[in-house]
Write a protein that binds this ligand. Structure first.
Ligand SMILES: *Cc1c(COP(=O)(O)O)cnc(C)c1O
Length: 416
């Protein structure tokens, strides 16, 4: 199972054979961890050239680091993005991106069904800086189109919303955005590149929490910002001011040279090394987890105690057609399901023996959470309603255990 693209080698091969570009002094087969803050130069002229960007060289780890560069190269090989920047977390990827493109008086058009901190960033944090967020129903193309204007700095959405399990029709939305010269920014954390091709779907900038699939078993927190080089920033009157380089590179230039340095949420080299290793097993882990997720989604659908199951490949999902169009194979390792009441959810969770009660997604371990009382637990009732958070819903992130054992655990916890 391989996503079709112009690259000749398979997904896993491309990641595993990614070269660093410079020979290691000892021929180490994996790049050592560069656990240092600064890099020295032979002469005053050489360090000046590095600082003035006349040569590409690492100077200081907040700005760049060889271990982080290696991870960025692997993500580039995997995704086909033109440039990749790894940062301290998924939220750092999202906040650095919007600090790069947003300005006082601009607006962001998005769905209210967002990861909790992303919602809070848009609604509260950025609002203080004069940035408006316009919530739309991403199923309604007319509503999206009428929310866009000359001050829209981006259309943003998550690939499969969590916990609502909605999929926006990105290729159709992309047509509307292209006509108006507005960039499409997609948080694709939920489905990795071996199943989802962001460029083909019309995304210009892709954001990922590498804490999830990439970290290789929840080893570390990280994020990535991918620029496909598909958006000509010079064609949008307001966004053309980002920087003065070639039209398609203006975002990355400002992000790398100004925003990321000023905010300082750099990825740590130890994390980069762990996540580079995680990248090498990404496809094999994803395919196993996602196959189990589909099997469990079908299994749960057949149980009379389960009121509703959210998984976009199920025939019962209103997003099946668009999901089949966007994803190769199984659409991710996350599913949701509803029991009759919140009390039933708590009772079920407390009886689980293999499945662990924890937040996070795409660990090797299967994880369950009750979103309404945890992730959204401090939100007001009104906010929960805006965000459409139900109190009888559970979210499952399916791991690498044998699926038969997960089924047994679910059955015993559901009880007679
Ligand atoms: C986890 C997650 C984030 C935030 O990532 P962190 O690495 O925890 O900062 C953002 N978006 C989505 C969809 C996520 O699942």
């Amino acid at each position: 199972m391989e996503i079709e693209d112009c690259q000749s080698e398979g997904f896993a091969t491309r990641i595993i054979t990614t070269q660093f570009g410079r020979k290691d002094a000892h021929g180490a087969i994996s790049l050592p961890v560069y656990r240092n803050a600064a890099f020295e130069f032979e002469t005053a002229e050489a360090i000046a050239d590095a600082f003035q960007n006349k040569v590409t060289a690492h100077t200081y780890t907040r700005i760049s680091n060889p271990s982080v560069e290696m991870l960025e190269r692997k993500i580039k090989s995997a995704s086909g993005a033109e440039t990749v920047m790894s940062v301290a977390s998924g939220m750092a990827a999202i906040s650095n991106t919007f600090m790069t493109i947003a300005y006082a008086g601009c607006n962001i058009v998005t769905s209210p069904h967002l990861f909790g901190n992303t919602f809070s960033l848009f609604k509260f944090t950025l609002a203080e800086f004069g940035v408006e967020v316009r919530f739309v129903d991403t199923d309604n193309l007319d509503e999206i189109e009428s929310a866009l204007d000359e001050n829209t700095c981006a259309f943003f959405c998550e690939l499969i919303t969590n916990p609502h399990m909605e999929v926006a029709d990105l290729p159709e939305i992309s047509k509307i955005l292209k006509a108006k010269n507005i960039p499409m920014i997609v948080d694709s954390t939920i489905v990795p590149w071996c199943s989802f091709n962001a460029r083909k779907a019309g995304a210009d900038i892709e954001l990922v929490s590498s804490t999830k699939y990439i970290s290789g078993g929840a080893t570390s927190v990280g994020g990535a910002i991918l620029d496909y080089g598909t958006f000509d920033w010079s064609k949008n009157k307001k966004l053309s001011k980002l920087s003065s380089v070639d039209g398609n590179q203006r975002f990355t230039f400002k992000l790398r040279r100004e925003i990321a340095r000023n905010f300082g949420a750099c990825m740590d080299s130890e994390t980069a090394s762990l996540q580079s290793l995680g990248m090498e097993t990404l496809q094999i882990r994803f395919e196993h987890m996602a196959a189990s997720a589909y099997e469990l989604a079908q299994f749960l659908s057949e149980n009379e105690k389960v009121v509703k199951v959210g998984y976009t490949k199920l025939n019962s999902s209103p997003y099946k057609t668009v999901s089949d169009k966007l994803f190769v194979g199984n659409p991710g390792a996350m599913l949701t399901f509803c029991l009759a009441t919140k009390e039933d959810c708590y009772h079920f969770m407390n009886k689980l023996q293999i499945i662990r009660r924890a937040t996070n997604l795409f660990d090797n371990k299967t994880l369950i959470i009750h979103p309404e009382s945890t992730i959204y637990g401090t939100f007001t009732q009104e906010m929960k309603e805006v965000m459409g958070i139900e109190d009888n819903l559970l979210r499952l992130s399916v791991g690498l255990e044998n699926v038969e054992d997960l089924k047994k655990d679910i059955l015993q916890a559901l009880g007679k």
